[in-house]
Ligand binder design. Structure first.
Ligand code: NAD
Length: 479
């Protein structure tokens, strides 16, 4: 095993390293070894971070911001191995997944640099309507007057933090970020890279702590104008109830269907479904959480999915040849196992799986899963592929796909354009991918769910930059 020396990382309060009386330990989910520790912030430190951000007025030109963003992309690329090993140590994700995450993060930072050089204003004529004036009206986008409060989950500790910070910096905003207490070390490593790239201290604080100790202070601070949260539906709803009069961007959980229609190439579909369910230990908001397969293909689909799942190599996540690491904790693995048992008790057939070992949850395949059981009615965050058999009826498939409170993404395997278009229209989700996993996206394009999977603006660099700015108009007397 590739051991990492335990490290203590201070928080960054307005760019300055800061400690606290207590620390939080981060342990490797695979080995249980201490990866490092971070301060347990006190509420007064959170207040101080927001106050310092509110006092600071960023004045970076587009050129200066672009240099910081591109420099960060380059620094992530040149530290790729070190960062990926840190992600693997904190999360238990296999090194292949962590390296993939570093490549995605490079895209985020470089795409933000490119997006900020685009014109973001519009021009309207004034000599129109019932009250024509010989004037012209211009719109421009300005940074928020207040501070952005950003809260991120454990499952993409580099990429999702990047999706908050890069668009915020690109738009000259100030951010107080609270990463997950389960994976704070990667966020702090990114914070240090940003300082090295010359990010002004007042633009970023990274505070660490458990929700139990911090309560609501990160999203109710008087200087927090916008709260951008990525995480579970449960916590997203708590924030929505308590955040008060401020803008909210909530990117929440998913329960994505992977739909296989009668004309599909079964082996190609099964391979994609396994990839979508198992990569990143199944801990993606857009992982395949349910395969809806028409009855006539289901036997063969199950057989091919079993074949592809059996090819996966498991073991020490830091071994570069391993395909599947652990989930985030032993508790998470136990929850998945209980839901699998519940599905079997309700009539599902277990084709592959077994007892978890610590935080390792074996790749799991079930067929004949009843749609109402908890395994598929809730978001099950692990390497599990449950097959729900469906009649060959598009309306019925749409109803089954939509019969959850989630609405993030979906995937379709079919070449029948008439069926595909009916599904795209009928599925109550934010994105649909045909012949791809539900999670396919670029870091630039709009991304986000509907129903309980998300509220407010979408993410993706372009949309996030819009959500982090306000539109100001001005009119001039020269038409
Ligand atoms: P989580 O909701 O438990 O935690 C997310 C963050 O919120 C963490 O920083 C945590 O410390 C903080 N938090 C927890 N309870 C809080 C509270 N009461 N008040 C304030 N903050 C609190 O989520 P998680 O387990 O870290 O991440 C997994 C979840 O995130 C899954 O549901 C997944 O689908 C979702 N997710 C969504 C997207 C998306 O873009 N839609 C992307 C990745 C993950």
């Amino acid at each position: 095993m590739h051991a990492i020396e335990p490290i203590y990382q201070p928080m960054l309060l307005a760019g300055t390293p800061a400690d606290a009386d207590r620390v939080i330990e981060v342990r490797n989910p695979f080995s249980g070894a201490l990866v490092g520790s971070v301060p347990q912030a006190e509420k007064r430190q959170i207040r101080a971070a927001f106050a310092a951000a509110a006092r600071f007025r960023p004045k970076l030109s587009r050129r200066e911001r672009s240099d910081i963003l591109l420099g960060t992309a380059r620094a992530i690329a040149s530290n790729q191995d070190r960062l990926a090993r840190l992600i693997t140590a904190e999360t238990g994700l296999c090194l292949k997944d962590s390296l993939h995450e570093t490549r995605r993060a490079c895209d985020v930072w470089s795409f933000a640099a490119h997006a900020l050089i685009q014109n973001d204003g519009e021009i309207y004529p004034g000599d129109i309507g019932g009250n024509p004036h010989a004037r012209r009206i211009f719109s421009m986008r300005t940074p928020l007057a207040g501070v952005i409060a950003a809260i991120t989950p454990f499952n993409h500790p580099l990429n999702l933090v990047s999706h908050k910070l890069a668009p915020a910096i690109a738009t000259n905003n100030r951010v107080v970020l609270k990463p997950s207490e389960q994976t704070p070390l990667t966020a702090l490593a990114l914070g240090r890279i940003l300082r090295e790239q010359g990010l002004p201290d007042g633009m970023l604080s990274i505070v660490t702590g458990t929700p139990h100790d911090l309560g609501d202070c990160v999203f109710t601070d008087e200087d927090a104008e916008l709260v951008t949260f990525t995480g579970s539906v449960r916590v997203g709803h708590q924030i929505a109830e308590r955040a008060g009069y401020r803008r909210l961007v909530l990117e929440l959980g998913g329960n994505d269907p992977f739909i296989v229609l009668a004309d599909a190439d079964v082996d190609r579909a099964a391979q994609l479904a396994v990839q979508g369910a198992v990569r990143h230990s199944g801990q993606r908001c857009t992982a395949v959480k349910r395969a809806l397969v028409v009855e006539e293909l289901a036997d063969r689909f199950a057989e091919r999915a079993l074949h592809h799942m059996q090819q996966l190599s498991t073991g020490d996540p830091s071994d570069p040849s391993v395909d599947l690491g652990t989930v985030i904790s032993e508790d998470a693995a136990q929850l998945i196992a209980r839901r699998v048992d519940g599905a079997v008790a309700a009539g599902a057939r277990l084709l592959l799986g077994g007892e978890p070992r610590g935080a390792f949850c074996p790749p799991t395949l079930l067929d004949h899963v009843p749609p109402a059981c908890e395994l598929v009615a809730e978001e099950t965050f692990g390497p599990v592929l449950p097959i729900i058999r469906c009649n060959n009826d598009i309306e019925e498939i749409v109803m089954t796909a939509n019969a959850t409170r989630f609405g993030l993404s979906a995937a379709i395997c079919s070449n029948r354009l008439d069926h595909v278009t009916r599904l795209i229209e009928g599925l109550a989700v934010g994105s649909v991918n045909v012949w791809e996993v539900p999670g396919y996206r670029t870091e630039l394009t709009p991304f986000g769910g509907i129903k309980q999977s998300g509220l407010g603006h979408k993410e993706g660099i372009v949309e996030a930059m819009r959500s982090f700015t306000q539109v100001k108009t001005y009119s001039l007397p020269w038409p």
